[in-house]
Design a protein around this ligand. Structure first.
Ligand SMILES: *[C@@H]1O[C@H](CO)[C@@H](O)[C@H](O)[C@H]1NC(C)=O
Ligand SMILES: *[C@@H]1O[C@H](CO)[C@@H](O)[C@H](O)[C@H]1NC(C)=O
Length: 261
């Protein structure tokens, strides 16, 4: 490992604390008669093809996931609105900070579930998903050094990703509330890979046209390096985002309602 790799490694530890996402909170409604089966195909925990059932359940829910299910606190996934994504790492001369606000993500409706492994008793899941195209837009603020290039600006940002593979390693735990058993997310590791990426930032360097164009061009020509160097930041931000999203749903239904015997 050379010095720069070692430095990247230690920035990552800082970054682990620094990447976070803020959900757009859907208003809560307190309908008493909510049933899981009104929203999802219910999978029995003893089903010999439990993982296959969960896969079908997710695919079957696609139109409702796209529309959003505010009654059970699930927002629309297409467009998916994220109030803020913040990614930060490094220190001093190597610091990099990017804040994306009012983010809208489109393309998630075309997801496919490539495979699911699920061990009900251990609460361990691996979800392998693919999306052909994802488009992000929002307002950004950015400063510091990106791949040793000084960068600074605030304005509008768009990012396009083709062939997005997302692998989520999910560990659930059991929690008891008021004598009832519920599940909750213990950890959710998120790995992202893309086949192609393109971005555009307006108003870099306070609107300096030449510097802005050069920087946008540099980032697009070197997208693979940039993505590989910084992908742990969105991975951590999205892990948090989807942990919060799942927990909001899991809080509402006991284990026996979610996965009956
Ligand atoms: C947030 O984004 C939406 C569309 O993506 C846009 O219409 C709206 O003006 C933005 N709001 C702010 C405060 O920038
Ligand atoms: C959670 O509780 C259920 C029901 O008692 C049990 O079958 C399962 O193994 C538990 N899961 C974990 C991760 O401990």
């Amino acid at each position: 490992m050379d010095t720069s790799q070692r430095m990247q490694r230690s920035w990552r530890q800082v970054a682990a604390l620094a990447a976070f996402a803020v959900l757009m909170l859907a208003p809560t409604t307190q309908a008493k008669s909510k049933k899981v089966s009104d929203y999802f195909l219910v999978c029995r925990r003893g089903d010999p093809d439990f993982a296959g059932c969960v896969k079908r359940s997710i695919e079957d829910a696609r139109p409702r996931l796209v529309k959003g299910m505010p009654e059970v606190r699930l927002p629309s996934i297409d467009p998916l609105r994220i109030e803020q994504l913040e990614m930060q790492e490094g220190q001093g001369n190597f610091r990099f900070l990017m804040r994306l606000k009012n983010v809208s993500v489109t393309g998630l409706k075309d997801f496919t579930v490539r495979s699911i492994k699920a061990d009900w008793a251990l609460g361990s899941w691996v979800l392998d998903m693919f999306t052909p195209h994802q488009h992000f837009e929002g307002q950004y603020e950015m400063e510091g050094r990106l791949m040793s290039l000084p960068i600074q600006g605030s304005g509008d940002a768009t990012m396009d990703f083709d062939g997005v593979t997302t692998i989520g390693e999910l560990q659930l735990k059991n929690v008891t509330r008021k004598g009832k058993a519920y599940v909750s997310v213990d950890s959710f590791r998120w790995k992202i890979d893309v086949e192609n990426a393109k971005s555009h930032f307006t108003n870099l360097f306070n609107g300096d046209k030449t510097l802005g164009e050069t920087t946008n061009k540099f980032l697009n020509e070197n997208w693979r390096d940039a993505f590989d160097t910084y992908k742990h930041l969105p991975e951590e931000a999205f892990s948090q985002f989807f942990t919060e999203l799942q927990n909001r749903f899991y809080e509402q239904f006991s284990i026996d309602e979610l996965y009956p015997e």
